[in-house]
Design a protein around this ligand. Sequence first.
Ligand code: FE2
Length: 436
Amino acid sequence: MRCCHADFALAEGSDPGFTIGMPTFTFGAGVLAEAGENARELGLKRVALFTDGKLAAGEHVAKVKASLAAAGVDVAVYDEVKIEPSDASLQHATRFAAEGRFDGYVSVGGGSVIDTCKAANLYATHPAEFMTYVNAPIGAGQRVPGMLKPHIACPTTSGTGSETTGISIFTLTSLNAKTGIVSRRLTPTIALIDPDVTRSLPANVVAATGFDCMSHALEAITARPWPLRLNPARGVARPVSQGANPFSDALGTQALKLVGEFHVRAVRDASDVEARTEMMYAATLAGIAFNASGCHLPHGLSYAVSGLTRDWHVNGYPEGKTLVPHGMAVVLNNPSVWRHTAPRSPQRHLDCALALGADAKGATSADAGEVLARRIIGFMRATGMPNGLSALGFGEADLDALATGAEPQYRVIRNAPVDVGRDDLIGLFRSALRYW
Ligand SMILES: [Fe+2]
């Protein structure tokens, strides 16, 4: 069996198994209209529909609401989801969920909406002090004690993969740090993944979310292999994300092939239905892949970047506050990270570059990081990404603060294929300041 591949050889004390979680998902144009029959199939009579203020009056929410109404399902809309949610916004959403006594949930939106819905469902179903389920060591990291109410997730962007994962990410305001709640029980019951939603997305959103998807796949494939993972929990307590594994390899590789072929096209032409559809599918595959294996350095570093950026705004995102789109913060660290980690598993990095369509003729193991980094830099330039962290206003004087900002992310950073200390973090941020 290929899972006995040398990269996954069991070591002394290795967990002999890995677990893959995902929702039942339906992919295809128009499937948002299946929300009602799915809710009825789940026995739901009254649901909370989570979305954000911008989407609330839009066609996707209207389609889902009409489908639920046609199925005889009562709907109460919560449209106060914050883009880039915080502990306060999750608790606000929880109050709505708890007071409404719903028997199920529907989310229509990007990662922020779906993540907020997961958290509200959790705290309304299993009430607890907020930090109870938050990842340790920031929170108490307690296990979710039972099943959640059914949740039908309907993504409206093509990148976060939140509809496929048991992960809810938010900013803990007191630390100005991103953290999360991770449990297989947070995974939506059903995902309705309708590529029609991508037709109306602004190019900047397609660019950033596509890079998020690309990085999910790359991090899934290059993570510390599952037999070497540091969290020893076994059986039903096995962590959601367990390190690189053959299932994530397969899905991640296919996602990278799609990104290599379709990402730039999807950004440049909103009418390119084929490209936008394939990117939506890539996001689904990469979501399942990284949910099982976990992210590592690019995501860990991105949270410091988004938390410390002083003045940045991108068209297509909420106005009035500094916001680095998640996928942009992630891709800005990518080339720097791959140059650093490639020596640990050069063939994996080279295979990723090839899947992305890199010309690697004559490349040796020693070139793997550079070949991958250059391919990604090419995509960044083709899609209008900033030229490294310096374009966001960071310089040599900020490296120390960036490293400090990344330190709360050791949960994901420790999933990297190499051990990373503070000096390494500073070096990684320094190498990400400028790429061309
Ligand atoms: Fe992400």
